[in-house]
Design a binder for this molecule. Structure first.
Ligand code: MN
Length: 747
């Protein structure tokens, strides 16, 4: 028992002193001294992780403290970030929620912790090893606050430093991610020291033998290198001294990882890596001097002694790298016949280069608000990302994120990461994945929630495209696609579709003529167009092919009657006209002769309905309807009996009412809208479309469903001949598990 107590006390001491170290580092910084909130965050995190240990056996809380320490002392962020770092694993690993954090520490810290939790778990973690290039972008687009990424990098750095305490199965994954995702991100954010350390740590783990060998060779070549360097440096030092500059000059050996990379890339042994080291001159800039001027002055000194490589002067002074790096680089021919790179910087440039953000605090004057400063820095990064430097040297790193603001990244159900432009919709994704998916897309599931095909996508969405064989491309889709691939695929489908319909229409017309003993000629086609009111053959044939007109004797009559000098044809035509029909065949004539005491039969005359469907109530056959004679056009407008509009008219203009009845053999299909509602579940959409298109074989125009918090609501647009079919459909729909409501509504 004593033993346990002692152990506990030891732990407490270790934890306490780690926290004190964090606190002291923070107090030494230029930040405002917001100790209170940091202490609270620490106490809260310590309690939340209480009793939990890392694999190494040490108390878990040491990890968040270490991350906070990196964030504070190695990166230079302030209290908000320190608190978020202390709390970064609380939501993921304990029962506390983001709301708890928000209540205790405010919305800013809570949202950073939330961002960190989102990255570690859920959809991202599942797919992290997939396309790393896009993953980096995803991280950035998902994180509204850049501090999320920075703290994540610090988290990763500590995990890499203590990789042995991670589960063995996880180590390779962590090392791989570090090299491919986090090191480049650190580089991008200007955290050079961290970037190099991450690379070296991951390389050390993945290639322990090579790491050891290269390390050994660096040590072995130390003496020789030192000799070469002093040979090279001596004349430069003399001149710098003459000029009175205060400076340090060092040979910086490349990192183990970058030496190895060079050996791999050039397929050379260690001994042939000639630029094993670079010389760095860091000078103190006097208050009254311009640091850029001094850089150039030192440049002149060096190039007067050694011959510069004509293509290897890098001026990062006038055009800093997107991540803020500034320096002047020159490569000169050294006395031993090797090219040597010399990096010239002021102390301030050096600090910024090594530590990125941290340096900005060191050089800030006065007591500016932390967030103002940070926002400025974030703004710089965003600007850099939006306007990447065109310089070829930096192109690689620029390209990585220059699409930051206008691209989104979504996952397929299998975990593929797809890049789409901002504002892309479900349809865009469907067409991007495959033409067929686009053609037959009816909706999608985003993060397992049903959404309509017009839904805009967001970075990090997992999107499952839902299709139906009966679905076909619609002209109105054009308004809901933004990608060029979707646009062109849709246009091609619509064109192809239209051509097919036109061809069908033309064949129908020719067959019709032949059936009635006529020769299909251009002349007859032209006359048909003129008499039936079409501008061009395509329009006519399209209407015909799509079922917009059904040819009958009245058409034949129209095409061939009057103005026709061919007696025989006139005779034939007239013979086909039913005697009871009026010669003009116009529906207005029908109406003018409406006998209001008789029931008006709703039917087609010459293929044109002798009525208009009221747009206020959209009746269909089977509904109790009444006709109202429109006084100006003398058409019969059909309303539902209970329609408010109809009631109004009925009460004022009773004389316009006419009893109506649908013609029994009506084959017309009417648009009907059905509203559905229910509990969302996997396969719901599929069950609905199966029922409509396969079991009941109903022509579905569209299906729009949206789901929120497990409840979906939707509208189904179908073509139906009459009420019976609609009622049957609604009854069947309500039998689907989870579907609670299915009613016909006004269109
Ligand atoms: Mn962590």
């Amino acid at each position: 028992m004593n033993n346990i107590d002692e152990h506990k006390t030891d732990d407490d001491q270790i934890v306490e002193s780690a926290f004190q170290d964090l606190l002291e580092g923070y107090l030494r910084s230029n930040h405002r001294k917001k100790i209170d909130i940091i202490k609270r965050a620490y106490t809260f995190a310590r309690e939340a992780h209480k009793g939990v240990r890392r694999r190494s056996g040490e108390p878990y809380i040491l990890h968040p403290i270490a991350v906070a320490r990196i964030v504070s002392q190695e990166i230079g962020l302030g209290s908000t970030s320190i608190c978020a770092a202390l709390l970064h694993d609380v939501v993921e690993d304990t029962d506390y929620t983001v709301e708890d954090i928000e209540n205790l520490f405010g919305p800013k810290i809570a949202s950073i912790v939330e961002g960190l939790t989102k990255i570690s778990g859920g959809v991202v973690a599942d797919h992290i090893s997939l396309q790393t290039e896009n993953f980096r972008k995803l991280l950035l687009t998902m994180s509204e606050d850049i501090r999320v990424i920075i703290i994540k990098i610090a988290d990763r750095l500590h995990n890499m430093r203590t990789l042995d305490s991670m589960a063995p199965a996880k180590r390779f994954k962590i090392a791989g991610e570090t090299a491919y995702i986090y090191a480049p991100l650190a580089h991008r954010l200007g955290l050079y020291a961290i970037k190099s350390e991450l690379e070296d740590l991951s390389f050390k783990f993945e290639h322990p033998d090579s790491y050891e060998k290269i390390n050994l060779k660096i040590a072995e070549s130390e003496g020789n290198r030192h000799e070469l360097y002093s040979h090279f440096a001596t004349p430069i030092k003399e001149r710098l001294l003459q000029k009175g500059y205060e400076y340090t000059m060092k040979a910086r050996v490349k990192s183990v990882y970058s030496i190895w990379k060079k050996m791999q890339a050039k397929n050379i042994p260690f001994e042939e890596v000639y630029d094993l080291y670079a010389v760095r001159i860091v000078f103190q800039c006097p208050e009254d001097r311009d640091e850029d001027d001094i850089c150039w002055s030192i440049y002149n000194i060096i190039t007067q002694i050694y011959h510069p490589h004509p293509d290897r002067t890098r001026n990062w002074l006038s055009t800093p790298k997107p991540n803020g790096y500034r320096a002047l680089h020159v490569t000169v021919m050294g006395p031993d016949g090797n090219w040597v790179e010399v990096q010239i910087r002021s102390q301030k440039m050096e600090d910024i280069a090594e530590r990125g953000l941290a340096a900005h605090w060191k050089y800030k004057t006065g007591d500016k608000a932390e967030d103002g400063e940070l926002n400025g820095w974030i703004e710089n990064i965003k600007n850099a990302l939006d306007n990447p430097s065109p310089d070829a040297m930096d192109m690689l790193s620029s390209i990585k994120m220059n699409l930051y603001s206008n691209e989104i990244f979504v996952f397929t159900p299998k975990g593929d990461l797809i890049t789409l432009p901002k504002n892309a919709t479900v349809l865009d994704l469907a067409f991007t994945l495959h033409s067929d998916l686009g053609y037959h897309c009816i909706a999608a599931k985003i993060n397992h929630k049903l959404v309509p095909l017009t839904q805009q996508l967001h970075s990090g969405d997992q999107v499952e495209i839902l299709t139906s064989k009966s679905q076909a491309p619609k002209a109105e889709w054009v308004e809901h696609v933004t990608t060029s691939v979707a646009k062109s695929r849709l246009a091609a489908a619509l064109r192809k579709d239209r051509r097919q319909v036109i061809a069908l229409g033309e064949k129908t017309f020719n067959d019709f003529l032949i059936e009635h003993g006529k020769e299909p000629t251009n002349e007859i086609v032209n006359r048909a167009l003129a008499r039936l009111g079409f501008k061009n053959p395509d329009e006519f044939f399209y209407k015909l092919g799509s079922g917009g007109i059904t040819l009958d004797n009245s058409h034949l009559k129209k095409i061939f009657e009057r103005n026709n000098n061919n007696k025989l044809m006139q005779y034939l035509t007239l013979g086909l006209v039913r005697p009871q029909e009026s010669s003009s065949g116009q529906s207005t004539d029908d109406i003018k002769s409406i006998d209001r005491k008789q029931t008006y039969i709703l039917r087609k005359v010459n293929g044109v309905p002798n009525y208009t469907i009221a747009t206020c109530c959209h009746p269909i056959p089977g509904d109790d309807v009444l006709g109202i004679i429109e006084p100006h056009t003398h058409t019969v407008v059909v309303h539902k009996q209970e329609c408010h509009e109809a009631m109004k008219i009925k009460s004022t203009y009773g004389s316009r009412i006419v009893n109506t009845m649908w013609q029994a053999d009506n084959t017309e299909a009417f648009p009907v809208t059905i509203e559905i509602r229910g509990i969302d579940r996997l396969g719901m959409l599929n069950d609905i479309t199966q029922l409509i298109t396969h079991e009941l074989k109903i022509n579905m125009r569209s299906l729009n469903i949206s789901a929120e918090q497990g409840i979906f609501v939707g509208k189904i647009n179908i073509f139906a001949h009459d009420v019976t079919i609609v009622e049957q459909l609604c009854t069947q729909l309500r039998k689907i598990k989870g579907l609670q409501k299915a009613v016909r509504i006004k269109n």
